[in-house]
Write a protein that binds this ligand. Structure first.
Ligand SMILES: Cc1ncc(COP(=O)(O)O)c(C=O)c1O
Length: 382
């Protein structure tokens, strides 16, 4: 009968998914588009996976094995200074699943999440899938992509807003929010009795700055849900393992939802996650240093060729202004792909305020980045 729900029909088709297919099928395309580490998972973890695969054939509890939740709570207390116990933790099939469980648990129909744009592409469709309302506040290049807390205050609706969502380090801008700004956001949440969903997927990939977890501020453990993941820090995207830490009542609700979505995160991934949390930091540090080397190169080169780019202090993205060359970022990206076989992501993938910008990923070998930028330079001079 072919009926597709209105809700589903209105979901945007992600350009990123199309790019994944194009890049996989066309070996001559240089991809500066993808949001996943080009590194493989550290070898000790892969070796360990082979050893424990026989122990991974059963479901785990929905929120994850106790040993994993204990290791995560210990990590969050030690590294992020967040007050928490295993009861405050839920592990999920990537942090992406947990955002869905979080929105579903925190929002009734037509209640709002206030969130920045440009922002990670999954938030808006996920909020809409649970019939909530995403209310965007604009991040601006001239503010170095920082949150303007006055703007944030203005768009909160006393009755309807339930969640403020922040993402630091940010995908797509690479911006890292500093302590003072986070304190302002925390005050706004407390004044209005709102949850803060803090997406810290890239907390370990940080350059010349320090990552601060808003959940570590005094008393904020009652308001903040911190989302982190093994995907980026440990190059474990394919294992699909993330976690959230928050107020116990909300975590229990998220666990209920999660049970009906995925039942439980993959058992093998959880065993590897426990092992990952005991690895020396050097494995992450090696990857971070290499990203940093690429970051310095790509930002300098993009600015030299006329694509104005603020220096990102986190993640592995550069977000560049293409307005002197084109007004429509989708057409720009499409034309670059067709003419020079370089894949990049149009800013509109990250919400309406991303128009006029392009996201470049430097989770790609430096030699390819150099080659890609030569081609982009040629493309701009056409
Ligand atoms: C900002 C941000 N949050 C969350 C995710 C989802 O990560 P995962 O589901 O692999 O934990 C991503 C993935 O790219 C991301 O960029």
């Amino acid at each position: 009968m072919g009926h597709i729900s209105e809700r589903e029909s209105e979901l945007p088709d992600t350009v990123v998914n199309k790019l994944l297919c194009i890049v996989a099928e066309n070996k001559d395309v240089i991809s500066l588009s993808l949001g996943e580490p080009d590194f493989t998972t550290p070898k000790p973890l892969l070796d360990y996976a082979k050893k424990v695969i026989d122990k991974s054939t059963h479901y785990s509890p929905t929120a994850g094995y106790s040993e994993l939740k204990e290791a995560i709570a210990k990590k969050l207390r030690k590294e992020n200074k967040i007050k928490c116990e295993p009861d405050n933790i839920i592990a999920g099939t990537g942090s992406q699943e947990l955002f869905m469980a979080g929105f579903s648990s925190a929002l009734d129909v037509t209640e709002e999440v206030v969130l920045p744009s440009p922002c990670y592409l999954a938030y808006i469709p996920q909020i809409e899938l649970v019939n909530g309302i995403p209310k965007l506040f604009q991040l601006k290049e001239e503010d170095n992509w920082n949150i303007n807390s006055d703007e944030l205050k203005k768009i909160i609706d006393k009755k309807k807003t339930k969640v403020i969502l922040i993402n630091t380090p940010s995908n797509p801008t690479g911006n890292v929010l500093d302590r003072k700004l986070l304190e302002e956001v925390a005050d706004i949440a407390v004044e209005n009795d709102l949850y803060i969903f803090a997406d810290e997927a890239y907390e370990k990939l940080i350059y010349d700055k320090k990552h601060v977890s808003i959940g570590s501020f005094n008393g904020m453990e009652d308001y903040v849900v911190t989302f982190q993941t093994f995907s980026k820090s440990y190059a474990m995207c394919g294992f699909r393992l993330g976690y959230a830490c928050g107020p116990k009542k909300l975590i229990e609700a998220m666990t209920k939802v999660s049970h009906y979505i995925t039942l439980a995160p993959p058992s093998l991934s959880q065993l590897i996650g426990i092992k990952a949390l005991s690895l020396p930091q050097i494995y992450i540090e090696k990857m971070r240093k290499e990203y940093d080397r690429r970051r310095k190169y790509i930002v300098k080169r993009l600015n030299e060729i006329g694509l104005k780019t603020a220096t990102p202090n986190g993640a592995f993205y550069a977000f560049s202004n293409i307005k002197p060359f084109a007004q429509n970022s989708y057409k720009f990206a499409n034309s670059l792909l067709t003419k020079q076989k370089v894949a990049v992501v149009p800013g509109t993938e990250f919400g309406k305020y991303g128009e006029g910008y392009i996201r470049f990923s430097y989770a790609t070998d430096l030699k390819l980045i150099e080659k890609g930028l030569d081609k982009i330079e040629k493309f701009l001079k056409r």
